[in-house]
Write a protein that binds this ligand. Sequence first.
Ligand SMILES: NC(=O)c1ccc[n+]([C@@H]2O[C@H](COP(=O)([O-])OP(=O)(O)OC[C@H]3O[C@@H](n4cnc5c(N)ncnc54)[C@H](OP(=O)(O)O)[C@@H]3O)[C@@H](O)[C@H]2O)c1
Length: 344
Amino acid sequence: MSLPAMNKRVVLAKRPDRGPITPATFKKDAAPLRQPAEGEVVVKIELLSIDPAMRMWLVDTPSYIPPVQIGEVMRAGGLGRVVQSRSDLYKAGDLVHGLLGWQEYWVGPASALEPRHTPEGMEDIDHLGLLGVSGMTAYFGMLDVGRLKDGETVCISGAAGSVGLIATQIALAHKRCKVIAIAGSQDKVDELKALGCKTVLNYKEDGFARNLRKAGRIDVYFDNVGGQMLDLVLAQINPYARVVMCGAISQYNTAKPYGVRLTPQLISMKARMEGFIAFDYEKRYPEGRAYLADLAKKGQIKYAYYVTGGGLDGCVKALQDMFDGKNYGKTVVSFKEGERGTKL
Ligand SMILES: NC(=O)c1ccc[n+]([C@@H]2O[C@H](COP(=O)([O-])OP(=O)(O)OC[C@H]3O[C@@H](n4cnc5c(N)ncnc54)[C@H](OP(=O)(O)O)[C@@H]3O)[C@@H](O)[C@H]2O)c1
């Protein structure tokens, strides 16, 4: 395959102020596509994962991963095909996953990539969603950190998002668990009810706090959102509850972070609140993937993808759409001609 001389990319133009990112945060450019050195491969990117954490990677504060530097290609997990190989690890045509970034081609050491084989009945895109970081986050968050047991009441915020949709269905697959799902639109409420959630609340509706109180006390809170919603849930945790600090998306974009007030509840309820990062479970990913593939095979997980087309031109919009809550399920940018829309 002949490769273009130039590689189109989207780089970080300037660090955003607090508040939503704007197109001016990034800029499109092109750089010479270099030849692979010994041990390296060239990958043509097919799908890119869009994640809330990207907002954090733009800010220069200590975190689990260094920030993206000004002028650097925007970091993103992605899926692509090897098109040139100077490594024994891969041959042309192999499907690989890695931190490929917002660009058309990735060139680098083959050892930085992971091979991907798509199981029967699943699609390549599932490596970014159900079998990807979202799936692993939901699985280890709910079962390892949350230690969900049959018969418990579990509340999930951001329940119609990429991680939330899987966490919700893991809870639904447990015997006699009562699931309280929270999402931000009537469409999402309807979708979650159709999956079998008995109590689904729209946090943007008047009376949300009252409705949450009416939904009853909570043993496991899988928190994707943080902020005031965390306080509302802390007010009604059961003794020995587990509060799984998965994410705090309500705070990533906000100009004025919310100070959580009800942490003393953790004392009186002898409860545990624990943050985690899915990458720390990497060695156990096969276990998580096998569990989720099995649920999917038994029809106990219905997953969805919000696919933005246009390749590089779709990246900024996809990130903005996700923060605006337009996605149901995993947000993905496709480089394939004409591929966009919600994929169920
Ligand atoms: N700990 C880890 O290792 C790990 C790994 C992956 C992701 N995460 C975290 O998990 C959370 C979910 O990630 P995801 O990839 O599954 O994203 P996602 O839920 O697919 O997309 C984000 C969703 O957040 C909701 N949202 C946006 N602003 C909000 C606000 N102010 N208040 C409440 N909800 C808001 C929107 O849904 P609505 O329509 O419902 O508002 C939106 O669809 C994020 O906080 C992320 O940082 C953690």
